[in-house]
Ligand binder design. Structure first.
Ligand code: SER
Length: 868
């Protein structure tokens, strides 16, 4: 059975059982700070489990993209070494939100596996939760009895809390689970070892395929469990493992999910899969990681230096490192696998097809840059190796290489062992631990349980129409972090405050009680669909009715920027082409920022055209036309643009200004005329194929014009001229002719100097030596070194120079000395650079170092002499 069919059979089975089939949510969820990536099928539905929202249908099924590379569920380091763990995988799931429970979940899983997929029941085992004393939970007798209808008792095994109690995080809904395992070993092996003894023992052919979670408790911050009012079902089946069983192969990598990618790697690298374990691991790593990285980029998560972006970068680097070492790939090639991936999976996941070129560009650029890092790291490591006094490289040195230069530690260890050297692994781990502690301390946060004042989860947002409202506080909690200290999060029964989302910042404002006491709301954010208002202090009487007022000025400025963002999006697609995809936006009160896919820098004409386009629509005074709560299909039919990487509900809000139509939850001006004027202030690259524009409108633009004018007036008076452009051109011409004169003079000076310096050379151990501070610029010194160098073949020069408060050291070593004495100008300046508080490098025969302490030049010159 082809993987496409495996997926569609699952979905149609549950469709028949009255489930709504929904598309996979994006890998990064915007309003769940507890998760970096979606790591299980249930993550996008947390708001339903928590009771913060109600699904239209209480039965849902889907195939969800999951990434297990951070936090509580992290499989990254295992991937490649076994045949059934992945970074990115698909989780097939069916859910009941307060609807059916164990009886149906168990019976349907049995029906699907044995009747629809036709899996032989003799290869199946199930596990049931045995209970846990500390939690006060008992054995799941109900599940046991239900399984007994289908299974002989000896195939129903008991499992402990670690394996059979599922929790989505430290807090929140949780419950016992039943896992279904398969044993796909050969008959001979089965005869030798009973499958029962291999369950949950990491055997590659005795693996869990499906987890049925029975959500019946809520874990509180204190650690205690309380029963949930509504019981839910959350199931998750590993799609790739199911394909392995149904395609009768022994490894996920032998299914048609992976084989096309593996064949392509074999063709490109000229290596064969299945012959040598080291090569096989590398091929598995690459074929797995390219999927994770490609899907993440398609969902808008680009590799970067922080947060989720950094995790993606590390995954890709892990793949590059394996291909570099074990497949001998020194040039980018992983990006070339995107083609087969998008052909293979583009039907189920159109985001891969549509954004293929972007994904390829981003991966290629990352590969090229990390390969450069690897090469640079090899040179640095070479330097470290040459300078070790015993046979061990210190943990600190290795850590610096790892942390500052991104050079992988396992590669360091491998290279050292090839040279008969050791790595102080313990020292390295200590450094790593220290760094982790530092970042943990910075991000430590604790969250109290909610205090419920009014037990009403329903919360209405009225901020599209009103900026003020009488509200009651329904619940609150305290969060404490090192960064912000103590903060309170307040939830109201209804709110005019817009919560950060869709790029738009959260509203600020205040609450006022009947006596005029004010509590400031510093920010508004959404978490799993609950709007939380942040305050430094709690109001005195929490049970009062408050007047809640949004800071209208900030809101208005933000709205100008949000509407302008839509108009600019439209302009970019008109002017640059429909390949332009929004890749992120930030709408603040002072400016807007918009990232989008496009492959070259915008020309000044294009930027001007975008401004003209937007300003024409502002001048056209287009009214806001808004449709709330319309079905997604209707909005798409009317021409709205849906974005990849966004999670949309059953119904959406459509925002239209003229021909600009977007699905958007943000707030907007009532008429484009309110924006006053629009101006782009910067355009640049964020990553390969992604451009960023920053622009301003309204008040910020008025300030901008006032500032520009002030500068212009000052400039004119400085130039003492009414034609400043002409005056600047004259200055430039004059400057360039003066520069030429100075250069000629310096050359002359250097010539004279050369004669003088020759007489100052002294002989140290047979080397012609000179260390001296001179008054020349960097280019002049270099020329001088090479001219003197051409006249001697055992010359060592070190020149110090001071220029505009900075220090420069230049070192020249005759090639003969590099070879015969092992002298290396690069190493020497790096060492001597310490005296001038700087660093540098270069080649063995010529190198320079710059530093901020000219006072140290003399010491460096002295040190060179004693060094020789
Ligand atoms: N949440 C469960 C899991 O991830 C079942 O979907 O295993």
């Amino acid at each position: 059975m082809k993987s496409q069919e495996v997926r569609s059979k699952f979905l149609s089975f549950f469709k028949e059982k009255k489930h709504s089939i929904v598309p996979s949510a994006p890998l990064v969820l915007k309003d769940d700070p507890s998760l970096m990536f979606v790591n299980s099928g249930m993550a996008p539905f947390k708001e339903y489990f928590l009771g913060n929202a109600e699904p239209k249908n209480s039965r849902i099924a889907d195939s969800q993209k999951c990434l297990r590379v951070s936090g509580k569920h992290n499989d990254l380091e295992e991937v490649g070494y076994d045949t059934y763990h992945h970074t990115l995988f698909e989780m097939l799931g069916n859910w009941s939100f307060g609807d059916y429970f164990k009886k149906e979940a168990i019976a349907w899983s049995w029906e699907l596996l044995t009747e629809v997929y036709g899996i032989d029941k003799d290869i199946l085992y199930v596990t049931v939760f045995e209970g846990d004393k500390n939690d006060g939970t008992t054995m799941d007798q109900e599940a046991f009895d239900l399984w007994k209808q289908f299974f002989p008792e000896d195939r129903i095994l008991m499992g402990n809390k670690k394996d059979n109690f599922w929790e989505m995080g430290e807090q929140g809904p949780c419950g016992p689970c039943s896992e279904i395992h398969v044993d796909i070993r050969s008959a001979e092996e089965k005869a030798k070892v009973d499958g029962k003894t291999l369950i949950n023992m990491d055997h590659p052919q005795v693996v869990e395929i499906w987890n049925l979670v029975f959500m019946q408790y809520n874990r509180k911050a204190s650690g205690a469990l309380e029963p949930l009012p509504n019981k839910h079902i959350d199931t998750g089946m590993g799609f790739e493992r199911l394909c392995m069983v149904l395609q009768d192969v022994k490894s996920n990598y032998d299914t048609d999910v992976f084989t096309p990618i593996i064949r392509e790697i074999e063709t490109i690298t000229d290596k064969e899969y299945g012959k040598d374990e080291k090569i096989d691991v590398a091929i598995r790593v690459i074929s797995d990681h390219v999927r994770a990285v490609a899907f993440s980029i398609a969902d808008g998560q680009l590799p970067s230096n922080t947060g989720a972006g950094y995790v993606i970068r590390r995954i890709l680097r892990r793949a590059i490192r394996y291909s570099f070492t074990f497949l001998d790939q020194k040039d980018p090639f992983i990006y070339r696998l995107v083609d087969v991936l998008s052909t293979k999976m583009g039907e189920a996941f159109p985001e891969l097809k549509v954004q293929k070129q972007l994904i390829e560009n981003v991966i290629k650029e990352e590969e090229a840059s990390f390969l450069r890092t690897l090469e640079q790291g090899l040179v640095l490591l070479d330097g470290i190796v040459k300078s070790v006094s015993n046979d061990t490289v210190s943990g600190e040195k290795a850590f610096e290489l790892y942390d500052t230069y991104g050079f992988p530690i396992d590669l360091t260890a491998l290279i050292l062992s090839e040279q008969g050297l050791k790595l102080d692994e313990k020292g390295f781990k200590e450094q790593l631990e220290k760094q982790k502690m530092r970042s943990r301390a910075a991000s430590e946060m604790s969250t109290d349980d909610w205090t419920i004042l009014i037990d009403d989860a329903v919360q209405e947002f009225i901020g599209y129409d009103a900026l003020e409202a009488k509200v009651k506080i329904t619940r609150y909690r305290k969060v404490s972090s090192k960064k912000d200290g103590d903060m309170y999060q307040l939830v109201f029964n209804l709110t005019p405050f817009y919560a950060e989302g869709g790029g738009q910042v959260g509203d600020k404002g205040y609450l006022e009680d009947g006596n005029g006491n004010i509590t400031y709301i510093l920010d508004t954010k959404k978490e799993n669909n609950v709007v939380m208002h942040f305050a430094k202090d709690l109001p005195e009487n929490l049970n009062e009715t408050f007047m809640a007022s949004v800071d209208s000025k900030q809101r208005y400025r933000t709205e100008c920027n949000h509407t302008a963002t839509h108009l600019m999006h439209q302009a970019l697609r008109e002017i640059l082409g429909s390949h332009v995809e929004q890749k992120g936006s930030a709408v603040h009160s002072k400016y807007l920022r918009f990232d989008f896919s496009h492959f070259s820098k915008l020309t000044p004409e294009e930027i001007r055209d975008v401004e003209i386009f937007v300003n024409a629509r502002i001048a056209g005074k287009l009214p806001l036309q808004e449709k709330r709560n319309i079905p997604m299909d209707q909005a798409l039919e009317e021409g709205a643009i849906a974005l990849f990487g966004e999670k949309y509900g059953d119904t959406v809000r459509m925002v239209r200004f003229g021909q600009s139509i977007e699905l958007c939850g943000g707030t907007h001006v009532k008429n484009t005329g309110d924006i006053w004027f629009f101006k782009i202030v910067s355009e640049g690259a964020v990553a390969a194929g992604i451009r960023r524009i920053e622009a301003i409108t309204n008040d910020a633009l008025k300030d901008y014009f006032v500032d520009i004018n002030k500068t212009f007036v000052e400039m004119k008076s400085l130039l003492n001229n009414n034609e400043p452009v002409k005056a600047i051109q004259n200055l430039q011409e004059e400057n360039s002719s003066l520069k030429k004169q100075v250069e000629a003079l310096l050359k002359d000076k250097a010539k004279n100097l050369k004669g003088d310096l020759k007489n100052e050379l002294s002989d140290i151990n047979g080397i012609q030596f000179l260390a001296k501070k001179i008054d020349l610029d960097a280019g002049g010194i270099k020329d001088l070194c090479f001219e003197l160098g051409s006249q001697f073949d055992n010359l060592f020069l070190l020149f110090g120079a001071e220029n505009e408060g900075k220090a420069l050291l230049s070192c020249y070593v005759s090639k003969g000395l590099v070879e015969s004495k092992g002298l290396n100008a690069g190493q020497i300046v790096r060492e001597l650079g310490k005296h001038i508080q700087g660093g540098g490098g270069g080649q063995p025969f010529f190198a320079t170092a710059g530093g901020k302490n000219p006072g140290g030049i003399e010491a460096a010159l002295e040190a060179a002499k004693s060094y020789l």
